[in-house]
Design a protein. Structure first.
Length: 744
């Protein structure tokens, strides 16, 4: 047995690696070394069990994870990674379809893949063709419903929930027909059509069942129904499936992931063995204690508890800001403070938030302070207009039937082919049942368009045909360079340095692709681009603070993590308020955020936040209260004097910059503390004006609940009640005269 395969593994990890036949579920807690388990198991199968690498399939969810997996396997068993099938569900299914799709009626192997933008454009055309109003049937919404249907393994014409019936169902049906007509697939089709092959062609299914003796699946908790069906059909009776995942990190239910897949694994796969990896190698003990306490509130989970041999570490810090600017300023100042201590760089910090729109104020503060940052999941490189234009040329070269891409570039750069010409081509294509590429010939031969348009179409068609011929004998880098030279597209970008740099970077990527592959068609390059995600492009060594939603954060780790917007109706999201399952997913999302941190965690919330231009009061998230109080350090803002504040009660830019972050106990008298209406209460006066015992903002102690902070004072003098937030216990409402309550 190869020593390196087991060297350094703990007993549970060894147990998982050495298991040979039959189904295994590895419940791998956050930071427990799950990638190492998968790669070492592959090495064990190849080195010690004489399994051929070509008989092993390893599936994960990002290209980045797949790349890391290949590198690790290559380090353990040199020369093996090229023979293995390692990739995402989509890339594996794409590989199968490139071999087998011609066995499905109406498709050829040179199909193209539509990205989100292509999908929306085609859906718009389908909505228009069916005579529906785009304002009533919003294309992005329709796309999300079609994608969700595909993830649930629903096909056009199937009996399905009502949302997929009626108009959406008719658009779905036409959309799929149009994709087939132009020999195109979208992301969901990659898996769906493999399933159709496996279900309808036993000979094809058996080829792959016999090929893959061992199947390893990473992030099993994120699988949807479509992926689950793919796994079940592929494993067959052999059932040598090795599923690794963590139900506590199942956070993609909104896009079709089904947590029941991992919860029911022991039932779905007979005689399944369950191995728990509970030792964490990433985080401090305090971070893990907080994470364990939080996730224990969820009812639907496999029981496990993370532990570590790492030091105890620092308590989590929770800061309640006055507003978004104060919150952003606090985050920025804490980053600068940590940097000043030495030992950390900007690349060691990450700021997570629940929704993308929360980033604006944080960006402003970081920019103002000269702190470098990178936004993950914003407008992606491949979503920029200049890049989509360049890629559209390549898409048409790879597949002239791609009407969406052809119409995008027909007048880019301008060649006198306007909307009227495009409409004529669309009418010809629709009435003659041909592609727009073919419709150009018909329009020219029959003189259906103007003389000026005829010349423009002739030149454009000749240009494309020249590119197509050139691509058959040249690398994709050379093809792209020729496109830019012959079209004059770079001339249209002169004066816009950013766009020119972006196109230059696209050229670099194409050249690098050609160098790495040694060969590779335009279609191969496009497939590599379409399968790239935002997280794949994150350079963790870039030396900038990473800003991202918590959904983007899974799989990453940082020494210091900030989680902003810890407020009810923001996190947990307001949509989860009435749905226990969604609330549990929100809690799992917070758990993922916490467990990304190695050393320190800062949580922030605001007392007021603007929504759609209106300032609204906020209350701290229930999730903060679910963290044991002994693991938290609470901080709150100290409002400046009226003389240094803006007219909005000290929330102006100058006021927020002068604030110092102090424990609420500093303001024992309630001087300048903010009331429930967002205004500042005068010294020693309660909100109801009655001169009560307690004021908003001061710290109190309850004989049973411990220390807390007064959030509100309600009622009249005879029945006044105090609303108090107790860390670890939640919000409690207590009679002001209760003898077990006192000031700290």
């Amino acid at each position: 047995m190869t020593k390196s395969v087991l060297e350094g593994l703990n007993p549970s990890q060894k147990q998982a690696v050495l298991h040979l036949d039959g189904p295994v579920l590895v419940l791998a807690g956050a930071g427990s070394g799950k990638t190492r388990i998968i790669t070492n198991r592959i090495a064990h199968l190849v080195n010690d069990r004489d399994v051929s690498p070509s008989n092993i399939l390893a599936v994960t969810f990002t290209n980045k994870a797949a790349g890391e997996m290949k590198e690790r396997v290559e380090g353990l068993v040199p020369g093996t990674s090229r023979k293995l099938w390692i990739g995402t569900f989509h890339s594996i299914c794409l590989r199968i379809l490139k071999r087998e799709i011609d066995k499905l009626e109406g498709f050829r192997r040179d199909f193209v893949i539509y990205d989100e933008g292509d999908q929306i454009k085609l859906i718009k055309e389908c909505i228009k063709s069916l005579g529906y109003n785009e304002k009533v049937m919003e294309p992005k919404f329709v796309r999300s419903q079609i994608d969700r249907a595909k993830n649930m393994a629903i096909h056009p014409g199937d009996e399905a929930p009502s949302i997929y019936q009626g108009r959406v169902a008719r658009v779905f049906d036409l959309y799929q027909s149009e994709l087939r007509r132009v020999n195109a697939l979208d992301f969901g089709d990659l898996i769906a059509y493999v399933l159709r092959l496996f279900e309808g062609r036993e000979d094809v299914r058996e080829v792959y069942r016999n090929k893959f003796h061992f199947i390893l699946i990473d992030e099993y908790q994120d699988t949807n129904k479509l992926q689950y069906n793919f796994i079940k059909l592929l494993t067959g009776e052999r059932a040598n499936v090795f599923a690794v995942g963590d139900d506590n990190q199942s956070i993609y239910g909104w896009r079709g992931a089904d947590i029941s897949n991992i919860l029911n694994f022991p039932r779905d796969f007979e005689n399944a063995r369950v191995v728990k990896l509970e030792q964490n190698y990433r985080s401090t003990k305090i971070i893990l204690d907080a994470s364990n306490a939080l996730i224990s509130k969820n009812a639907h989970k496999h029981e496990k508890r993370l532990w570590t041999e790492n030091p105890g570490g620092q308590k989590l810090k929770y800061y309640e800001a006055s507003d978004e600017r104060d919150e952003a300023h606090y985050i920025c100042e804490q980053i600068r403070c940590e940097i000043s201590k030495g030992g950390l760089s900007y690349g060691d910090f990450a700021v997570f938030y629940r929704t993308n729109n929360q980033s604006r104020m944080i960006e402003e503060e970081l920019l103002r302070s000269g702190v470098p940052y990178t936004i993950v999941g914003a407008v992606g490189f491949y979503s920029r207009a200049e890049i989509k234009n360049v890629l559209a040329y390549l898409k048409v070269i790879a597949n002239p039937l791609d009407d969406i891409s052809l119409k995008r570039i027909i007048n880019v750069p301008s060649r006198g082919l306007g909307k009227a010409t495009v409409q004529s081509l669309e009418d010809i294509a629709r009435s003659r049942v041909v592609s727009v590429f073919k419709a150009m010939d018909i329009a020219v031969d029959e003189g259906i368009v103007s003389k000026k348009a005829v010349n423009g179409l002739k030149n454009f068609k000749a240009l494309l045909e020249g590119f197509i011929e050139y691509s058959s004998a040249h690398s994709v880098g050379d093809v792209l360079r020729r496109v830019l030279e012959k079209t004059g597209y770079l001339e249209t970008l002169k004066g816009d340095e950013e766009r020119l740099r972006n196109v230059g970077e696209m050229l670099n990527e194409a050249a690098e692709f050609s160098d790495n592959r040694g060969s590779g068609s335009v279609q191969d390059f496009l497939e590599s681009v379409i399968l790239t995600s935002d997280v794949d492009n994150l350079d963790e060594k870039k030396g900038t603070v990473a800003l991202m939603t918590m959904h983007c954060a899974k799989g990453l780790e940082f020494p210091v993590v900030f989680i902003a917007g810890m407020e009810e109706n923001l996190f947990p999201h307001i949509k989860s308020r009435e749905n226990p399952k969604q609330l549990e997913e929100e809690r799992r999302l917070f758990y993922v955020g916490l467990t990304r941190a190695k050393e320190k965690i800062f949580l922030t919330s605001t007392s007021s936040r603007r929504f759609y231009g209106e300032e609204k009061r906020s209350t701290p998230s229930r999730f903060v209260a679910e963290i044991p109080k002994e693991l938290l350090v609470w901080e709150s803002y100290n409002v400046p004097s009226p003389e240094s504040s803006s007219s909005k009660g000290g929330r102006g830019r100058e006021g927020s910059l002068k604030r110092k972050w102090t424990l609420p106990a500093v303001n024992r008298n309630g001087v300048g503390m903010r009331g429930a209406n967002g205004k500042h209460s005068p010294k020693g006066v309660s909100l109801n004006g009655g001169g009560g015992l307690y004021v908003v903002g001061e710290r109190v102690e309850h004989q049973a609940f411990g220390q807390g902070i007064v959030r509100n004072v309600e009622g009249d003098r005879d029945g006044r009640k105090v609303v108090i937030m107790f860390p670890g216990m939640g919000v409690k409402t207590i009679m002001e005269t209760f003898v077990g309550l006192k000031k700290v």
